[in-house]
Design a protein around this ligand. Structure first.
Ligand SMILES: *Cc1c(COP(=O)(O)O)cnc(C)c1O
Length: 370
């Protein structure tokens, strides 16, 4: 019996990476993205499992993430994808991370910091092919940045890359436009610097179009068995790695009109039994799931009723129930023949599975198994 626990199936992470690797052609590297604590799954354990599944590189978003992963996996190439302040640059470089450049003004501070650390900074030049966030949208400037890195004694040109805005929208022609643009820019850089890695694909792109694969793919969400298209992960042979579990702390009898939780947003329409689970939005069970979710107990679905509190939620067990205090409750995952996917909760919340698992708070221990 555990108040709230996220169980992480590392075997699933490994299988998902094998699955993604099978999709990638020979010689195309799989870079497992373990930012945001491995999308809420636990970065270190998931990184190990991903490497066991054939990933050869790791990527994170921030300097503190680079510090953690760089020191945990010193021999695995690591890329910090996000923007870095000068202080963060020091942290990322001393963790051995490769870094991203898209502005000329960043080259000098980067070279200075690298020299001060007695290192050569490995750089991935980022082209903005249409995402409109980080990256340089001008192909001429991208080429100039690549040249400057290649010519500097403190810098080494390691990659040319971009990121898709609509890879997860199967009908979007913009995805193809971004590939076309990147092909031109990456082709120009590689014709001058053939050893440079070109990379563009996230999980959705890998599963969608081989043209997007180039020399490497940066996969996050699918590594964890979440569907980048917000449907059923099984459609793409992916296995969800995370389940969120709690237990029934109390079962009580409700008469018609009795209410559960703040604001009395649910009242029993007839006599029924209500189960109380000792977790809530303080654990990442979003308040938007109030009267808007199901929970598995004894292999059956029960509606979540009333308002989600910080530390408790209530479920309607029906007028006759065999559910007892101490029974396991599953908010995400499988019990018996029933499954609740992170994608199901995301749909109810009007968000995406990424946000559901990232939102499981630090109060919930992550416990791994194979
Ligand atoms: C998060 C991220 C990825 C991974 O995307 P998924 O959709 O989770 O596979 C790849 N590239 C960049 C730049 C990212 O920020």
């Amino acid at each position: 019996m555990t108040r709230a626990i996220a169980r992480i199936d590392l075997g699933a992470v490994q299988r998902n990476c094998l699955r993604l690797n099978a999709e990638l052609g020979d010689g195309v590297e799989l870079c497992a993205v373990v930012k945001a604590d491995g999308y809420g799954h636990g970065a270190d354990d998931c990184a190990s499992a991903a490497l066991n599944g054939g990933a050869t590189r790791l990527a994170v978003a921030t300097a503190t993430e680079a510090e953690r992963i760089g020191h945990g996996f010193p021999h695995i190439p690591l890329l910090t994808m996000g923007a870095l302040t000068p202080e963060e640059l020091d942290t990322a470089l001393s963790a051995g991370s490769e870094v991203t450049v898209w502005r000329q003004g960043f080259l000098q501070p980067l070279a200075d910091r690298a020299r001060a650390q007695g290192r050569v900074a490995r750089v991935h030049v980022k082209y903005d092919s249409g995402m409109g966030r980080l990256g340089n949208p001008d192909p001429t400037e991208v080429m100039a940045l690549a040249r400057a890195c290649a010519e500097s004694s403190e810098l080494e040109l390691a990659g040319i890359w971009t990121h898709f805005a609509t890879a997860d929208e199967p009908e979007s022609p913009f995805f193809d436009e971004q590939i076309d643009r990147f092909e031109v820019v990456a082709g120009a850089v590689k014709s001058k610097f053939p050893d440079v890695k070109a990379h563009a694909a996230n999980s959705a792109a890998v599963l969608r179009d081989r043209r997007s694969h180039f020399d490497m793919a940066r996969c996050g969400v699918a590594v964890y068995g979440l569907d980048p298209f917000q449907r059923d992960p099984a459609d793409h042979g992916l296995s969800p790695a995370l389940s969120l579990r709690s237990y029934v702390a109390d079962v009580k009898r409700f008469e018609t009109g009795n209410s559960a939780g703040y604001g009395r947003t649910w009242q029993a329409a007839a006599g029924t039994c209500v189960g109380v689970l000792p977790l809530g939005y303080g654990d990442g069970v979003r308040r938007g799931l109030s009267n808007n979710a199901e929970v598995l107990v004894r292999g059956r679905r029960h509606p979540l009723v009333g308002t989600v509190s910080m530390d408790n939620v209530t479920i309607d067990l029906g007028p006759e129930t065999d559910v007892e205090p101490g029974d396991e409750a599953v908010l995400i995952g499988t019990q018996g023949d029933e499954t609740i996917l992170a994608e199901d909760l995301a749909a109810r919340l009007g968000t995406i599975n990424y946000e559901v698992t990232c939102g499981i708070s630090a109060r919930v221990p992550r416990v791994v198994f194979e």
